[in-house]
Design a protein around this ligand. Sequence first.
Ligand code: HEC
Ligand code: HEC
Length: 347
Amino acid sequence: MSRLRWMGEFIAGAVACAAVIVAVRPLAHASPDATWLTQRVALGKQLFNDPSLSADGTVRCASCHIPEKAYTDGRAVAIGVYGHAGTRNTPSLLNIATASESAFFWDGRRTALEHAVLDPLTNPVEMGLHDQSELLQRITQNNAYRVAFSQAFPNDRGSLTSAEVGAALAAYIRSLAPSQSAFDHYLHGDRTALNPRAQLGLALFQGKAGCAECHRLDDSPPTLTDHGYHRTGVGLDGIMANLPVLTEGVIARSLQGAAIGDGVATHADEAQLGRFNVTQDPADIGLFRTPSLRGVAHTAPYMHDGSVSTLEDAIDREVYYRSLQTGRPLNLSVEERLDLAEFLRSL
Ligand code: HEC
Ligand code: HEC
């Protein structure tokens, strides 16, 4: 084909495309992307609330991520299918979008939300399905889902994939945004949004108490996390004597190709090794992801194992342990601890 003819065809094609775009444009109310996103969010919400996706037909995502409790469950550790207890406290899902999280679970074992949302479905003590093919089978048995998936993923002509399920659940979770907190109003210039005690708490949080070193305030809106991992002391005392056996257990399971999340949820002592479960680096023993503290007044009990029942106790624990870590004793009076608590309630 001559260069000239090729150019001619290219231009003719471009003109035809433009004509189609002009013809279609005035009719379209929303861009196709926006429509698919809306459909994916709606589908994700349906999946999130569907107990038929669990082994015993009673557990749905919302059983543990309860909207009225900032998407936590109020328990120390989660209870899943057949009443099985896990090993970790259910985190809020409200801050994932606000904090631009790129690591998930207390040990950061997943780096894509689309993958993280699929794990609970096959976790033996959460929703307990055998594998992802059982998941896909259950979904395709439902006519309404088949229609909803084909609308939400119009370009995928083939059969349903777990990637689509992950995309729908992730779209729903990203759509969950916390409402503006008193602290947000304060930052937007309403100086009355924080009472005097909370304002003293804010000053301590950023200043003497050093909390903002990890629960950071410098982004807009503040994420209250540094996206990092830190040793917390919580739960570590109980396993110190047994470290060699526990670390070998983790390594052996990993060599067998077992999913990290399944091991963590069913081996309480190994779960206390924290980030080590992901990296198998001894330096990571007992490290956990810094949780965002947004909405923290609604997410009791606290810490990765839910072992701290109240916000006041969590503050005491943090003040004590952070002093130990830095070697600088942090002396906060009873009044100052109340100030910190009042500030945390404004988040
Ligand atoms: C039995 C209770 C339970 C059920 C059911 C459950 N989760 Fe969770 N979820 C948890 C717990 C506990 C964790 C923390 C686990 C860990 O860190 O090891 C968690 C963590 C998460 C995280 C990571 C959050 C973060 O910031 O690290 C996401 C995302 C999530 N769940 C989504 C879902 C979705 C989607 C479903 C349904 C498909 C679901 N969960 C079902 C208890 C549950
Ligand atoms: C070195 C980093 C670091 C500093 C400094 C720090 N935190 Fe934390 N904070 C963490 C980590 C990591 C966790 C999770 C610990 C765990 O689950 O074992 C946490 C957990 C918490 C929790 C429980 C949150 C939840 O959802 O369970 C509260 C409340 C808290 N911190 C408040 C504070 C306060 C108040 C200060 C200042 C006195 C502070 N933190 C200083 C890293 C830090």
